[in-house]
Design a protein around this ligand. Structure first.
Ligand code: GLP
Length: 242
């Protein structure tokens, strides 16, 4: 695992966007796995700026969602589908058929999970997966104690994650769904390159356990230690317990 310490979130976003731009020059139709949350926004902003400046052509890029809430009405602004469309797909000017994600409103959620896991393989696999990290060490929505071999499946959120994410739902925890679909840890580990960005003091403990702790289901992000090509980009605050 490679750990890169940068000055701040903007620098981290620019560094990772540079890496994505390099990938797109080598492989214009690369499949980019994208995470949601506040942390990766500087990556998407920096990549969009590069595309608009003409320094990279992302018109053939394909985008794959990492996870999704279950049960939000179609088009809900805080569904991860809406979020990825707004933050990544539309700014990059990509057509809807360059975007794939799990169906959080499916009647048969289990079948939707299996279908998405298979769709990722059929698409050739994720070339570069962007990850954030939860304060409890989760990646995607793989909460502590998720199997390190898990596949895309339905999960129940911990109270901590629902509290953390209430800020996207008018600070009202009752609006935060209890259930989600997430790529499993085993699914995530199949991406060719994993890039985790963590910024801010609040992530310092989770980052230390991810990078320096044992590989453990209690800290799902520690599974990155098992991957042959994993990069962890942290700002100085998130690196403060390393
Ligand atoms: C959610 C997402 C994760 C993300 C995490 C941290 O739980 N499912 O993919 O990494 O939030 O979000 P933030 O970057 O806003 O702290």
């Amino acid at each position: 695992m490679e750990v890169v310490i940068v000055k701040d979130a903007k620098a981290g976003g620019e560094l990772i966007a540079d890496g994505i731009a390099d990938l797109l020059r080598r492989k214009p139709d690369a499949l980019l796995g994208v995470a949601t949350g506040s942390t990766p926004i500087p990556i998407y902003d920096a990549l969009t700026a590069q595309v608009r400046a003409g320094s990279v052509d992302a018109s053939r890029a394909r985008i794959a969602q990492l996870d999704e809430y279950v049960g939000l009405p179609a088009g809900h602004p805080e569904s991860y589908r809406s979020t990825v469309l707004r933050q990544v797909v539309e700014p990059l000017g990509l057509p809807a058929d360059h975007f794939m994600g799990p169906d959080g409103s499916a009647e048969d959620v289990q079948a939707a999970c299996e279908a998405y896991d298979k769709a990722l393989v059929d698409a050739g696999g994720v070339d570069l997966q962007i990850l954030g990290i939860g304060t409890d060490g989760h990646i995607g929505f793989n909460e502590p104690c998720s199997s390190l071999a898990s596949r895309t499946r339905i999960k129940t959120l911990t109270e901590q994650t629902r509290v953390d994410n209430a800020r996207f739902f008018d600070d009202d925890i009752d609006q935060v769904p209890h259930h989600v679909i997430t790529q499993g840890i085993g699914t995530i580990l199949e991406a060719r390159h994993l890039v985790l960005l963590a910024t801010g003091e609040g992530k310092a403990e989770a980052v230390a356990q991810t990078v320096e702790g044992p590989v453990a289901a209690l800290v799902p992000a520690s599974a990155l230690q098992l991957h042959p090509h994993a990069t962890v980009v942290v700002d100085e605050a998130a690196a403060s317990k390393l």
